[in-house]
Design a protein around this ligand. Structure first.
Ligand SMILES: Cc1cc2nc3c(=O)[nH]c(=O)nc-3n(C[C@H](O)[C@H](O)[C@H](O)COP(=O)(O)O)c2cc1C
Length: 183
């Protein structure tokens, strides 16, 4: 079977971001049959419906989205909301078809950040994404200074992330089998 492609979106532009660190750890922990591609969202223009179809950075993101089998999303909470960086990227993707029905795993790096997670779920389900609850993971990283190497070296955290990837792979392979059986 061809490699499974998972697109990883971080809602933080901070260099030592916990959210980006979790996604980097997922890329490092992924089995050879799974490719985790981290996408930079910092260069996207601010969403403006008047400019749809005009920006190559947005077209590149849409193409990566369409080619992906699933999404890994991690976002900080700012003032009880989703980060503007992530919401901006999602707003650009609302009008496209690449997002619809995509399996999604959410990663929360701060157990107290419940408002942004709830808001993110609302946005993603409104966009017809399929959140895979068993693949969603909360890790208590806030204040730990952990980077991806530390996350991978912590057995419980690494195990939780491996299990998340396994669940995503199971869902995606089942979908591929169903799609193949309908040909
Ligand atoms: C301006 C600002 C507002 C924040 N608001 C919240 C908040 O409402 N709730 C919360 O749990 N954390 C809040 N935080 C903490 C961030 O979510 C936390 O620092 C997070 O680790 C940032 O993500 P990153 O490490 O991926 O950059 C806030 C941080 C900043 C800088």
């Amino acid at each position: 079977m061809s490699a499974i492609r998972l697109l990883a979106l971080s809602g933080s532009l901070r260099r030592p971001s916990y959210n980006t660190a979790v996604l980097t750890a997922l890329a490092e922990l992924a089995p050879a049959s799974v490719r985790v591609e981290l996408v930079g969202l910092g260069q996207l223009p601010l969403f403006n419906p008047d400019e749809e179809g005009l920006h190559p950075q947005v077209a590149a993101l849409e193409a990566q989205m369409a080619a992906a089998d699933g999404l890994l999303i991690a976002s900080p909470e700012y003032a009880h909301g989703i980060s503007g960086v992530l919401k901006n990227a999602l707003d650009w993707l609302v009008g496209g078809y690449g997002f619809v029905d995509k399996p999604i795993a959410l990663f929360n790096t701060s157990p107290r950040a419940s408002h942004a997670q709830a808001a993110l779920r609302e946005v993603l389900t409104t966009m017809s994404g399929q959140i895979i609850d068993s693949a969603c993971v909360t890790l208590p990283l806030l204040g730990t200074q952990a980077d991806s190497a530390v996350i991978c070296a912590q057995p419980d955290w690494a195990e939780a992330l491996r299990r998340s990837l396994d669940d995503m792979v199971s869902v995606i392979e089942r979908r591929k089998q169903i799609a193949a059986s309908m040909l």
